[in-house]
Design a protein around this ligand. Structure first.
Ligand code: PMM
Length: 274
């Protein structure tokens, strides 16, 4: 497979297939809406479509693996059959395996294998790239765990430990993509501290993904009046700065604004080399 976006920061466009994200016209309409949305994001310049069926927002309740699969698998199958590069945003090993069967090329697991003890073995078997995020617990409890003495040292240390554990279990380290997990067990200040020292994460040597899009720390920065459009502008600025620091990918809802921002970064880099 030629990797889309190779050599520059990739854009993962978010497609959340949850009851509140698309039409309420039933399952079939929801699948159609999700596919149409994904195709729009591709038109806007997404390299990868990240399909998720379970909200991981603070306070969100969990859905069963069956319900998650009912939501995401038809969307993944259809997109993959059209040649789209798909990642599946899941903490469930069974969903990961079934998504891979239907053509998903990446597994994006916000828990880094901690939510499902079968995930590591499944990933060894699937041998696909695996986004392993910094995670301290499920949505219901993560805000209680947002305490740090030295944010960057602790997040980095916990990620590195997680990688060591996975490699001990037999996971190929070359398959791992790391994510500091903005907004997950982090207060606003912690997210900004991580972004300010992204270099240290990039220097770990694995590809790095960041997901800042529309998160609460962006909303807090802009104030209560700021709608999604303004949050997306701020997100695009974060994307540009993160790309400048050499991240492998950014996960965003509004691909068009981030595409423009990353085109500027690429032109800037080309200017340096010419
Ligand atoms: N954030 C969310 C969901 N999945 N995956 C990765 N790798 N990194 C993230 O930061 C991340 C993620 C939550 O965002 P959403 O509910 O707005 O999609």
């Amino acid at each position: 497979m030629t990797e889309p976006g190779a050599g520059r920061t990739r854009i993962m466009g978010v497609v959340n297939v949850t009851p509140d994200s698309f039409s309420d016209g039933g399952q079939h309409a929801r699948v159609d809406d999700a596919i149409a949305h994904a195709l729009r994001l591709l038109g806007d310049g997404a390299d990868i479509i990240d399909v998720g069926g379970e909200s991981t927002r603070p306070g969100a309740t969990r859905v069963s693996a069956e319900e998650e699969q009912r939501r995401v698998l038809p969307v993944i199958a259809e997109l993959a059959s059209r040649g789209v590069t798909v990642s599946v945003d899941t903490m469930n090993a069974d969903t990961a395996a079934r998504a891979a069967e239907r053509g998903a090329s990446y597994i994006n697991d916000v828990s880094g294998g901690l939510a499902d003890e079968r995930m590591a073995a499944t990933m060894i078997e699937l041998d696909l790239p695996w986004v392993v995020m910094h995670w301290r617990g499920h949505s219901a409890t993560m805000n209680d765990r947002a305490h740090y003495q030295n944010t960057v040292a602790e997040v980095k240390g916990e990620l590195v430990n997680r990688v060591s554990q996975l490699v001990e279990q037999g996971v190929n380290p070359a398959r791992l993509i790391l994510d500091p997990g903005l907004g997950f067990a982090k207060q606003s200040v912690h997210n900004w501290q991580i972004l300010a020292r992204l270099d240290e994460f990039v220097r770990l040597g694995s590809p790095i993904v960041i997901g800042a899009s529309r998160k609460r720390f962006i909303a807090t920065l802009l104030g209560p009046e700021a709608d999604y459009a303004r949050r997306d502008e701020a997100t695009a600025t974060v994307s540009a700065l993160a790309a400048r620091h050499g991240v492998w990918g950014v996960r965003v809802h509004d691909v068009a604004k981030t595409r423009t921002a990353l085109d500027v970064v690429e032109a800037w880099k080309a200017g340096e080399q010419s």
